[in-house]
Design a binder for this molecule. Structure first.
Ligand code: FES
Length: 151
């Protein structure tokens, strides 16, 4: 990836109140915050690493692990599960080489399973890069995902 971390860090004055802005920009640029990036941010803002780490783990929008370019969430909540979402999730993971939810080695995809997406009437539901896929089926989801994989 061709983004310069120093350029991001220099966007903000070296003060503790800019910690979250910096973390948001790094998350947006790299899709995650690496340990090296977190150290640079702490050096710049003067925030102790333990505190920055606590912030990173508290907010769901930050990730300390690399995430894929594409995010697929499959709902395994009760309504979706009853309509077969467990098998849909398994088929999807198998097709992209994952044994369990996580990120593919080529960083193309991250698959997460969630407990309810708040759209139970549309079960089974998956979300691909923020787009809800109502009444999803394995073929539909795999078609969508293989299209993204070839982009
Ligand atoms: S259980 Fe899947 S959206 Fe609610």
């Amino acid at each position: 990836m061709d983004i310069d971390i120093d350029e991001i860090i220099e966007r903000y004055p070296g003060k503790p109140e800019y910690l979250i802005f910096l973390m948001q920009d790094i998350q947006a640029a790299f899709n995650y915050i690496s340990p090296e990036a977190l150290t640079l941010v702490c050096d710049h803002t003067g925030v102790p690493e333990s505190q920055a780490y606590a912030v990173a783990t508290f907010y769901g929008s930050f990730s300390l692990e690399p995430k894929g370019e594409n995010m697929v969430q499959v709902c395994l909540g009760t309504a979706c599960h009853l309509k077969g979402s467990g098998l849909i999730a398994e088929n999807l993971m198998r097709s992209i080489g994952l044994e369990e939810p996580g990120t593919t080695e080529d960083l193309k995809f991250t698959v997460e399973t969630v407990n309810c997406l708040g759209a139970c009437a549309l079960a089974p539901v998956a979300v691909v890069n923020g787009d809800y896929q109502p009444k999803v089926t394995s073929p539909k989801l795999m078609k969508k995902v293989s299209k993204l994989g070839s982009e």
